[in-house]
Write a protein that binds this ligand. Structure first.
Ligand SMILES: CC(C)(COP(=O)(O)OP(=O)(O)OC[C@H]1O[C@@H](n2cnc3c(N)ncnc32)[C@H](O)[C@@H]1OP(=O)(O)O)[C@@H](O)C(=O)NCCC(=O)NCCS
Length: 180
């Protein structure tokens, strides 16, 4: 079936969607994909959501970054301005750790919304943000065995440029570039 994306937008995180975000976290807990959330952030999300949103804004502006981290802007993919379908993160430039793993863009689609084309959509909309930010090409990385993510990247014209062992692991990481 052809997916209708007319009601889907990529927005900046907002306190208005606090209860929706709590639902999303609960969905991750129920389906066992909880590990995608850092425990410190979970506490902040539950106890002081405004501070969490402020943290994301600061992160985008490069305020109070952890050593070795670069500014990164978080986006939420939302349907009808009220349902959060997924999240993406656009890192403004690369450092060696991101060249090895992570690249410019990370994304995830909430468990019960996977397989409907939203992964492909969130990457394509985040690429548009990267283009607007002045980037001319972006690096995407994914574990070789993450077939869904590899497909999302390929459907967005990602060109596989290198593969290698992930540091301290027996996993293979694939690196793709996308020209904007
Ligand atoms: C990767 C992820 C974002 C994909 O989201 P999604 O909404 O399911 O993706 P789409 O519906 O757009 O599917 C994209 C393609 O992947 C394929 N696909 C989806 N799940 C798949 C799976 N488990 N195995 C193989 N292919 C799969 C789809 O069939 C589709 O290809 P097609 O159009 O040729 O049929 C989602 O699985 C996710 O959030 N994973 C956890 C976080 C993650 O791995 N992020 C990426 C880090 S690199």
């Amino acid at each position: 079936m052809l997916q209708d994306f007319t009601d889907v937008q990529l927005i900046n995180p907002t306190c208005d969607l606090h209860s929706e975000f709590i639902d999303l976290v609960a969905e991750y807990q129920k389906t066992g994909e909880y590990r995608l959330f850092d425990q410190n952030f979970l506490t902040l999300i539950q106890e002081n959501f405004a501070a969490y949103i402020q943290y994301l804004e600061d992160n985008s502006k490069g305020i109070d970054l952890k050593p070795g981290f670069v500014p990164a802007t978080t986006f939420w993919l939302v349907m009808q301005s009220k349902v959060i379908l997924g999240e993406s993160r656009l890192r403004h430039w690369l450092v060696p750790t991101l060249e090895h793993r992570g690249g410019h863009i990370g994304y995830m689609i909430r468990p019960l919304q996977k397989g409907k084309g939203y992964g492909t959509k969130i990457l394509s909309m985040t690429l548009e943000k990267a283009r607007n930010m002045g980037l001319s090409r972006v690096l995407l990385t994914c574990n070789q065995d993450n077939l869904a993510s590899a497909r999302v990247i390929q459907k967005n014209q990602g060109k596989l440029t290198s593969e290698g062992l992930l540091e301290n692991s027996d996993k293979i990481i694939s690196r793709y570039w996308i020209d904007l």
